[in-house]
Design a protein around this ligand. Structure first.
Ligand code: ATP
Ligand code: MG
Length: 878
């Protein structure tokens, strides 16, 4: 059975049992401070478990893109080493929100595996939660009893809290779970060691395929458990592992999910999969990682230098390194897999096909820059190995860490290269540096939070901010937090006009008032579906009714920029093409910043054209058409852009400014009609990452200010030029005149210098066969003095020249000595000038035959001459 068919049958099996099929949430998580990437199917449903919001259906089935490379679930180091852990994988899940519980979940799982997929009953084991003293929980007898009805008791295993109590993170919904394991070994092997002994023992062919989680509790910050308002089922089955079991393979990489990628790679590397453990690992690593990277980019997370972007960059670099070291890929290669991957997921995850050129381009640029770094690192390592050789034949731990940190060299690569050079690496030192860095970043990220204190239970928070900027509000709950040493409070209101930062639009600020007592709200952010208001102090009376008031000036300026962003986006697609997609956006009261996919720098004409279109649309004063709670399908028909990345249950809001011009999915706030924006001015266009451009623009007052400033500048220029008829012509004339004047001055100066030269020539004295010129002089510029010095050197033999010049009021000394004399008299112009420069409070230097010095004290020129004469007399008298 092909994997596509397996996925389809899973979804349809539960659909027949009244489950609604929903699509995967994006792998990149927005609006959740506790999570960067989706690490389990339940993430997108967290609010349903917590009772923060209601699902549209209480039975759901889906396949969810997951990534386990950071936080509580991190499998990165296993990936490629073993054959059944991936970075990115699909988790198949069926869900009950307060509907069916353990009995049905267990019975249906068994029915699916054994009847629909015909997996061998006697090769499967079930585990149940065995209880935990610390949490004060008994074993899960209920689950045990349901299993006992289906399978023999000797195939039921009592598991520990580690394996059989599922938690997404340190806090949040959790509960006991029941896992299904399958033994895929040959009959001979099974005869030798029973499968039961190998469950949860990291055996590659005795693996967990499905986890049925019974959500009952919420873990609080202090570690204690609280009952959830209702009981739920959350199941997760690894799609790739299921395919391995059904297709009768020994490894996920032998299923049709991976073989096309592996074969393609092996062919380009001229190796065969299965021939050599080292190249096999590399092939597995790359074919796994390309999926993680591609889906992350498709979901909007570009590789970058921090947070989620950095995680993606590290995965990509890990793949590059394996290819470089073990498959001899010295040129970018990962990006060549993208078209293949996109085709594989056609119809399942359409975001790959839709963006495959963009994804490929981003990956290629990232690869080539890292390969470059790798080369630099290797040559650095080369010099290090040579240095180390001289001394102890050990590479310092600090250096190994620097290679790791700056050049992405893992420790094993450094020690491999070291070994090839018969050196060793100080592993202890490396570990110490690593620890220091870990602590440093831990400190930087440290935030602590108390539990939420509930004041008034409610069903759902009402956001009123699309229609009003003030409202009555009561505090539902609050929490004290500490962020980077600052104490803050988070407040949730039952209803609020405050817009929470999202979709690039900044959060509102303002205040909540209890009569005369105002508490300022400094920011508003989204946490899952909650709107969280931030304040530095709590109001004294928490349980009263407040007046919530948004800072309307800031909000309205922000709206100008947000609506202008939509107009800009549409104009860019008109001018550059429909490959333009939003890749990031920031909208606040000052500026709008829009990142979009496009491969080359925009020309000045393109920028001007875009600006012109947007300003036309502004003047057309197009009324806002806002539709809330639109089903996704309908939004698609309306032609809305940005359909990827929506999460099930999100209400979709469609913002239209002229249905033939701009239709976007957007949760932000907007102007009532485009005329409000007044004016848009693009202030910059540049590159932010491979294939991504950034435009910054200003609107309304800010744009007006910009043009006013330009006008003022022109007015000032005109004033200086005494109001010419044509400013530009006047400036051109000025520039031309200046050039002519400069030329004239240069020729006058040259004349002056040559006249001075004649005077000096006459002043040369012959002393004991040396031609000595020590004199003051007046010259128009230093260039003239230099020219004169060299001319005299060429014309006069045995020359010792020291000229103390007044150059337009500034003292300057020039010394020139014939090369022969430098040796025979042991003279050094550079040293001599240091001594003489003291007289003019200056300094200088130069070569043995020629030196110059400048100074501050023009009155010292005569002393320079006196001193020089005394010195030279001593030299020439010998
Ligand atoms: P394991 O112990 O094998 O790492 P797990 O206990 O971490 O699994 P769960 O968190 O219960 O797994 O996830 C549910 C299912 O998702 C698992 O039964 C397995 O089939 C699959 N799964 C978990 N982690 C991975 C991974 N890194 N790669 C592929 N599939 C995975
Ligand atoms: Mg795991």
């Amino acid at each position: 059975m092909e994997s596509k068919e397996i996925r389809k049958r899973f979804l349809e099996f539960f659909e027949k049992k009244q489950h609604e099929i929903v699509s995967s949430a994006p792998m990149v998580v927005q609006n959740d401070p506790t999570l960067m990437f989706t690490n389990a199917g339940m993430n997108q449903f967290k609010d349903f478990f917590l009772g923060n919001s209601e699902p549209s259906s209480n039975r759901i089935v889906d396949t969810q893109k997951c990534l386990r490379v950071s936080g509580k679930h991190n499998d990165l180091e296993e990936v490629g080493m073993d054959t059944y852990h991936h970075t990115m994988f699909e988790m198949l899940g069926n869900w009950s929100f307060g509907d069916y519980f353990k009995k049905e979940a267990i019975a249906w799982a068994w029915e699916l595996l054994t009847k629909e997929f015909n997996l061998p009953q006697d090769r499967m084991y079930a585990s149940v939660f065995g209880g935990d003293e610390v949490d004060g929980l008994e074993m899960d007898q209920e689950a045990y009893d349901y299993w006992k009805d289906i399978i023999p008791e000797d195939r039921i295993i009592n598991g520990s809290k580690k394996d059989n109590f599922w938690e997404m993170g340190d806090t949040g919904p959790c509960g006991p779970c029941s896992e299904i394991h399958i033994d895929l070994r040959s009959n001979e092997e099974v005869a030798k060691v029973p499968g039961k002994d190998l469950v949860n023992m990291d055996h590659p062919q005795v693996v967990e395929i499905w986890n049925l989680v019974f959500m009952q509790f919420n873990r609080l910050a202090n570690g204690s458990l609280q009952n959830l308002p209702a009981q739920h089922v959350d199941t997760g089955m690894g799609f790739e592992r299921l395919a391995m079991a059904i297709q009768g393979k020994k490894s996920n990489y032998d299923t049709d999910v991976f073989t096309p990628l592996i074969n393609f790679l092996a062919k380009s590397a001229h190796v065969k999969y299965g021939d050599d453990e080292k190249t096999d690992i590399a092939l597995r690593v790359i074919s796994d990682h390309v999926r993680a990277i591609s889906f992350a980019i498709a979901d909007g997370q570009l590789p970058s230098n921090n947070k989620a972007g950095y995680v993606i960059r590290r995965i990509l670099r890990r793949a590059v390194r394996y290819g470089y070291t073990f498959l001899n890929f010295k040129e970018p290669f990962i990006h060549t897999l993208v078209p293949l991957l996109a085709e594989q997921f056609d119809g399942v995850f359409p975001e790959l096909i839709a963006q495959k050129d963009f994804i490929g381009k981003v990956i290629m640029e990232e690869e080539s820059s890292f390969l470059h770094t790798l080369d630099k690192g290797l040559s650095k390592l080369d010099t290090i190995t040579k240095d180390a050789e001289k001394e102890s034949r050990v590479i310092d731990g600090k250096i190994a860490f620097e290679l790791y940190d700056t050049y992405g060299f893992p420790f094993d690569l450094t020690s491999l290269i070291a070994r090839e050079n018969e050196l060793s690496v100080d592993e202890e030192g490396f570990k110490k540096e690593m620890e220091i860095q870990k602590n440093r970043s831990k400190k930087a990220a440290e935030t602590s939070a108390g539990d939420w204190i509930e004041l008034k239970p409610i069903e759902e928070v009402q956001f009123l901010g699309y229609d009003t900027l003030t409202s009555k509000a009561q505090i539902v709950k609050y929490q004290a937090i500490e962020e980077k040493g600052k104490k803050l409070f988070k407040i949730v209101l039952d209803q609020t006009p405050f817009y929470a930062e999202s979709g690039g639009q900044v959060g509102d600020s303002g205040y909540i008032a209890d009569g005369e007592n105002k508490t300022s709200i400094i920011d508003t952010k989204k946490e899952n579906n909650l709107i969280v208001h931030f304040t530095t102090e709590l109001p004294s009376n928490l349980e009263t009714e407040f007046e919530a008031v948004v800072n309307s000036k800031k909000r309205k300026l922000t709206e100008n920029n947000h609506s202008a962003t939509h107009l800009l986006h549409a104009a860019l697609r008109q001018v550059l093409g429909t490959h333009v997609q939003q890749k990031g956006s920031l909208v606040d009261e000052k500026v709008l910043r829009f990142d979009f996919s496009h491969f080359s720098k925009m020309t000045d004409e393109e920028v001007a054209k875009v600006e012109k279109i947007v300003n036309q649309k502004i003047r057309a004063n197009i009324a806002l058409n806002e539709k809330r709670n639109v089903p996704i399908g309908e939004a698609q028909e309306m032609g809305a852009m940005a359909l990827f990345g929506e999460k099930y249950g999100d209400f979709v809001r469609v913002i239209t400014f002229d249905k033939d011009y701009s239709v976007e999915l957007c949760g932000g706030t907007h102007v009532p009609a485009t005329g409000t924006i007044g004016l848009l001015k693009i202030v910059s266009e540049g590159s932010v990452a491979a294939g991504v451009r950034r435009i910054e623009a200003i609107t309304a007052d800010k744009a007006e200010e910009y043009y006013n400033k330009q006008n003022e500048l022109v007015a000032q220029v005109n004033e200086l030029l005494h109001h010419p008829k044509d400013t530009l012509k006047a400036i051109e004339a000025l520039v031309k005149e200046k050039q002519e004047l400069t030329k004239a001055i240069e020729s006058i100066n040259a004349e002056k210098s040559s006249a001075q030269k004649e005077v000096l020539q006459k002043a040369i004295q012959s002393i004991n066969g040396y031609n000595v010129l020590i004199s003051e002089a007046q010259l128009p510029d230093t260039e003239g003095l230099k020219k004169l010095s060299f001319e005299l050197k060429n014309e006069v033999d045995n020359l010792i020249m020291i000229v103390a010049a007044d150059i337009a009021g500034k003292p300057q000394i020039s010394i020139m000595i014939s090369e022969d004399l430098v040796k025979s008299l042991d003279l050094h112009a550079g040293n001599l000038i240091k001594e003489l420069a003291k007289e003019i409070k200056g300094g200088g230097g130069g070569q043995p035959f020629y030196a110059t010095a400048g100074g501050k004290d023009i009155s010292g020129l005569s002393s320079v001459v006196t001193k020089a004469k005394a010195i030279i007399e001593g030299v020439t008298n010998h």
